[in-house]
Write a protein that binds this ligand. Sequence first.
Ligand code: BDP
Length: 321
Amino acid sequence: MTFKRKLLLAALPFVFSASAFALDIKFADVHPAGYPTVVAEQNMGKKLEQATNGEITFKMFAGGVLGSEKEVIEQAQIGAVQMARVSLGIVGPVVPDVNVFNMPFVFRDHEHMRKVIDGEIGQEILDKITNSEFNLVALAWMDGGTRSLYTKKPVRSLEDLKGMKIRVQGNPLFLDMMNAMGGNGIAMDTGEIFSALQTGVIDGAENNPPTLLEHNHFQSAKYFTQTSHLILPEPVVMSKTTWNKLTPDQQALVKKVAREAQFEERALWDAKSAASEEKLKAAGVEFIVVDKKPFYDATAPVREKYGAQYADLMKRIDAVQ
Ligand code: BDP
C-alpha cells in the first residue's frame, strides 16, 4: 500500500466522525416562502451554516409541509423536527404559563407588545417554555402583528358577530374569547381554514392582514373588522434533544442568531403588513373601523377567568411603557 493511501485510510475515521457530528436542522413554519417569518428564519439558517463552516446545516420547510403547528410541536418534542416557529396560541394549552400573552386586549397596542417581548417579561415567558416539560428551548420571538376579525358578511358592531361561526386556534382561551364576543368559536388548524371558509363550515376567522392575504382567506372573507383583540407573539423553538447535542459555543451562536432574527423579522413584518393591506383593498376587501370598547368589555370575563393567576405579571405588563 502506498504511503498516500495509508494516510487516506488513517484519515477516514476522522472524516466519518466529523460528518457524524454534523447537525442537520429542519425548520418548520406554516407560512409560505417569502413571508416575513420565513425570510428571517432562512437568513438565520444561513448565518448558522456560515458560522459553523457547515457543521450545522439548515433546511427550511415552509408552507406547513411538515404538518400543523400542533403536529410540528409534537415532532420537535421528540427531535424529529429540530426547530420551528409557532404561534403562542397553540403553546398555551401545553404550557399554561404563557397564556398571559394570549389574553384578549392584554397589550395596549402592537408597540406595547414589542416592548414587552424585548424586555425581561419576554425572556421570562420564553424561559417558562424552556423550563416546562415541553422538551423545547424557546429562543426568540417573531412578530405576528395584530389580529382582527375577517368575515364573509360585514361585522360593524358587536351585535353583527352574534352567532357567526368563527375559526380560532386550538386553545380553550380563544374559544371562550370568541363566545364572549357573541360569536361561535370553532377551533381548527391553519391549513383547514381556506376550505372551511369556502364550504361554509365557518363564517369567518381572525388574524392579521398578511395571513388573510397569503393564505388566500380573502377569497371568501371580504370584510376585515379592526377589533385588534389579540396581539400574539410567536416563539422560535428548538427541540431540547437537538439543543443538548450542541456544544456550548454552538448554543450561544443559536441564541444570538435567533435574537437577531427577532429584529430582522420585525422590519420585514412592518413592510409586509402595509403591502398586504394595500393588496387586500385592491382585491376588494373592506377594512372596517369599529369601536373596540364593546369588544373589550365583552371579553372582560375572559381576562378575569384566565388572568387571576397572572395578576402581578399583568400589572408589570401594564407598567411597560
Ligand atoms: C398566524 C400565525 C401562525 C398561526 C396562524 C393561525 O403566524 O403561526 O398558525 O396565525 O391562526 O398569524 O393558525
